[in-house]
Design a protein around this ligand. Structure first.
Ligand SMILES: [Cu+2]
Length: 68
């Protein structure tokens, strides 16, 4: 397992946090996603054999936010 931290742009409340966390956790190979509103960050724990981190930005954009 590997953990990668993403900088997320556009989150304004806990609802956004939930949306981003849900989107990231829905990516196959992702085990956990911890999203921090204050830091505007998401820590994604994933199986590097199953998923490439590029997929994370796609999931975040699909949820309506941006990875910076
Ligand atoms: Cu929000």
């Amino acid at each position: 397992m590997t953990t990668k931290t993403l900088k997320i742009q556009g989150m304004t409340c806990n609802h956004c946090v939930m949306r981003v966390a849900k989107a990231l956790k829905a990516v196959p190979g992702v085990q956990d996603a911890k999203v921090d509103l204050q830091k505007a960050e998401a820590a994604v724990t994933y199986d590097e054999a199953k998923v490439a981190p590029e997929k994370f930005s796609v999931a975040v954009v699909d949820a309506g936010y941006k990875v910076v």
